[in-house]
Each structure stands twice: as structure tokens, then as C-alpha cells.
Design a protein around this ligand. Structure first.
Ligand SMILES: [Zn+2]
Length: 288
């Protein structure tokens, strides 16, 4: 019965998301506020323990701390105090993992496991990034850089797998013909397109767009590009509309003025996940 299997997938992924979010939540307090307006040339401070200030090294190829057991216990290598995790990050990751499971379903996961993995990774890394942006208005390289290293092969692999499944290979032809590699063009196009758009917005009006937003634009465009140009437009529009509504609401409630800087990263990541998951959820619901 596919219904029970799909429900089990949602539950298992929700639990996995809670665990992954509890680990990722410990990354959030490692990043301190950095005000580049006062000194343009000073690089932002490296990730450091919030208790003793000692630098906490990150792995170069994975958005994780290079300290054994840190993700589980959060113990600082210098002062041994535990870096607290964030219940909000754990809850948001659990919800998003469950939504990924509901949107993709067991059939989708069997059809293209790489895409489910790519979605889960994007959610796992997107939530702590959004949390850091909300807390200290930064999208740190220590997380963004390795996120590209993992996401690009995952999404390109998913795109090639998707095309190979949709277009059956001619008899006698190799399983992966050269044309299948063209499937990578859409995610790469989304990545280049959104990076260019955000770079242009930043270049024209640097006060309106942070450099961190430009840095993650490629990551966001890569995932939206997988679903096609329509998703790139929908996800980007969703980010701008949602942030405008949020900003107007803050002004109306007198919690902000027109000049208040609202972190845009959470809207970019949220808009992309909404465009990707709502589209799939609509298809999944229609199929039931
Ligand atoms: Zn410490």
C-alpha cells in the first residue's frame, strides 16, 4: 500500500530532520556579528566558540565543524563548554524534511533518489544559513562554500538521472549517452542566471542587497534550475514578494522603518524550497 509507505517516509524523514537540525543548530552561535560598514576591508570573524572565543575550524568540503563529536555534543575543543543548539533550527529542519518526504514520496525517491538527497541537503544547510542570517545578518563562507561542493554534484547527478529515466536509451546505446549530460544545463543555467541577477542587484545598489545574498544565489538557482526556468522565476518572485510583505508588515506594526535592513537570505532559501516543494506537493496531491 503506497499510502502507508509514503506516511512512513514522512515520519522517518521528519525524525532524521530533527536530528540533523539539532546538529546544524550548533553551527548558528559560532558566527558573530560583523559590521562591514565601519571597516570595509576587515574580513568577518572566523567561526568561534561563543563561550571562550577560540576559533572552531570547519571542514573544507562539508558544512560541518572539524571537531570530533561536535555535532552531537557541541563541546568546544578549547574550553569544553557545550555550544547550545537551536530548537527552532531542529524544528524547522524536521518540518522541511517531512515536507520533502511528502512532496517526493516513495515512488519519487525510488525514481530519483539523488534528487531527494539534494532537496534534503539543501534544507539541512538552508535552515542554519537562514538562522545565522536572521541572528547576525551574515551568510558565512564556512557553510556556503562547502554547501556548493556537496550540492553541485548531487543536483547535476539528479538531473542526469532524471533525463536518463525519462528518455529511454536506444537499444545497444550506452546507459548514459553524451546527450544525457546536457540535462545538467538547466541546473547550471539556474545557478549562473540567479548568481548574475543578484550580482547585478548588488552592483547597482549595494545597500539593498548583501554580498552574502549574491554568494548563495548560485546555490538557490542550482536547485530551482533543476525544476526548470519556471521554478527559477517562481522561487525568486516568492522571495521578493514575501520579504516585501514582511517588511511592510514590520513598518505597519512600527517595528521597523523603511531603512531597517531585513535579512534576505531566509526569503531566498524559503522561496526556493516553497517553489520546489509546493510544485511537487500539488502534483502528489493531484495524483492521489
Ligand atoms: Zn570555548
Amino acid at each position: 500500500m503506497p499510502g502507508i509507505a509514503d506516511a512512513a517516509l514522512v515520519l522517518v524523514l521528519g525524525a532524521a530532520g530533527a536530528a540533523a537540525g539539532a546538529c546544524a543548530g550548533r553551527l548558528v552561535p559560532l558566527f558573530a556579528r560583523h559590521d562591514p560598514a565601519s571597516d570595509e576591508d576587515t574580513p568577518p570573524p572566523p567561526p568561534a566558540c561563543p563561550h571562550c572565543g577560540a576559533a572552531v575550524p570547519f571542514l573544507p568540503w562539508l558544512p560541518a565543524v572539524r571537531v570530533r563529536g561536535f555535532a552531537r555534543s557541541g563541546h568546544c575543543p578549547s574550553c569544553a563548554q557545550a555550544v547550545p543548539t537551536s530548537a527552532a533550527v531542529a524544528a524547522a529542519t524536521a518540518l522541511l524534511f517531512a515536507a520533502c518526504g511528502a512532496a517526493v514520496g516513495v515512488a519519487g525517491a525510488e525514481h530519483n533518489p539523488l534528487w531527494l538527497a539534494a532537496l534534503l541537503f539543501f534544507a539541512a544547510v538552508g535552515v542554519p544559513l537562514a538562522a545565522v542570517d536572521i541572528r547576525v545578518q551574515r551568510l558565512p563562507n564556512a557553510i556556503v562554500g562547502p554547501a556548493y561542493l556537496v550540492a553541485v554534484p548531487l543536483v547535476l547527478g539528479a538531473a542526469v538521472l532524471e533525463r536518463a529515466a525519462r528518455v529511454p536509451a536506444a537499444p545497444g546505446a550506452p546507459a548514459l549517452a553524451g546527450a544525457d549530460l546536457l540535462a545538467a544545463a538547466e541546473p547550471l543555467g539556474g545557478m549562473a542566471g540567479l548568481a548574475a541577477l543578484y550580482w547585478l542587484l548588488w552592483f547597482v545598489y549595494p545597500a539593498g542587497m548583501g554580498w552574502g545574498d549574491v554568494k548563495i544565489a548560485g546555490l538557490v538557482g542550482l536547485h530551482l534550475g533543476w525544476a526548470g526556468p519556471g521554478a527559477v522565476v517562481a522561487g525568486t518572485l516568492a522571495a521578493f514578494v514575501a520579504s516585501a510583505v514582511y517588511g511592510l508588515a514590520l513598518v505597519a506594526l512600527r517595528r521597523a522603518t523603511r531603512r531597517t535592513r531585513i535579512p534576505f537570505g531566509p526569503f531566498m532559501i524559503g522561496g526556493a524550497l516553497a517553489a520546489l516543494l509546493v510544485g511537487d506537493l500539488a502534483v502528489a496531491t493531484a495524483a492521489v
